[in-house]
Design a protein around this ligand. Sequence first.
Ligand code: MN
Length: 271
Amino acid sequence: MSAPSPDRLDQLRAPVHWQAVDFISDLHLQPGEPQTFEVWRAMLQRPVSERPDALFILGDLFEVWVGDDVLASTASTDQAFWRACAEALRVFSVHTPVYFMAGNRDFLLGAQGLNACGMHGLSDPTTFDFLGQHWLLSHGDALCLADTDYMHFRAQVRQPAWQRDFLARPLSERTAIARDLRAQSEARKHSSANDPSLWADVDAAAARAALQATGAHTLIHGHTHRPAVHALGDGLQRVVLSDWDAAAHPPRAEVLRLDAQGLRRVPLPLS
Ligand code: MN
């Protein structure tokens, strides 16, 4: 089966035979949350006849990614988990193309990691031509302009020089940094800082401008953990993906399906 690479890193044209594609984001897969991993792996293990024609992962698939060498090294105690993630994707990708756009948690996934997972990398944003229309795909963090501290941080860590310096550190040091970040994240779960409704949201004017620049009518993004459809005027809209947490009450695990009937949310069976 052909698995088309993007014409450019920021533009993908669907082959004419594609009828349905699925979008997911913000799974935040991590060793300490096996339930979400199992629901996701069961989705990937569906028979080919029950799959979409392509799977798009729009960022924050992983809670953290400290470098592609986690897949090869035995220095990381989490290694088996990351390898299991890569293997599930690789096996799925044999029959179904997978496209990956980096989020703010997993932007250090590099060419080796993409290859190990059988995924094609996409730039943020990417224009997707499908069903005779243009769709704009993004993680979403670059559009949350009100969070100026984060925008400053993002500009720094997306620089090749910063990434080279970080990845040159020993894996044990990078893993320790990630563990500290996870501990801080756990602490935030017990504070208001973990309430997504208090996070900076996508800037409406920036979303409109991005759509108008690309001729797309609908922006599909994640990051904010606030699944919704927002009208932006002039027939433009943004559709926000849900994050995943299979252990939450109620659990969250769904794909956004796009086919000739339009966009709809499809909850996944819980394992
Ligand atoms: Mn994010």
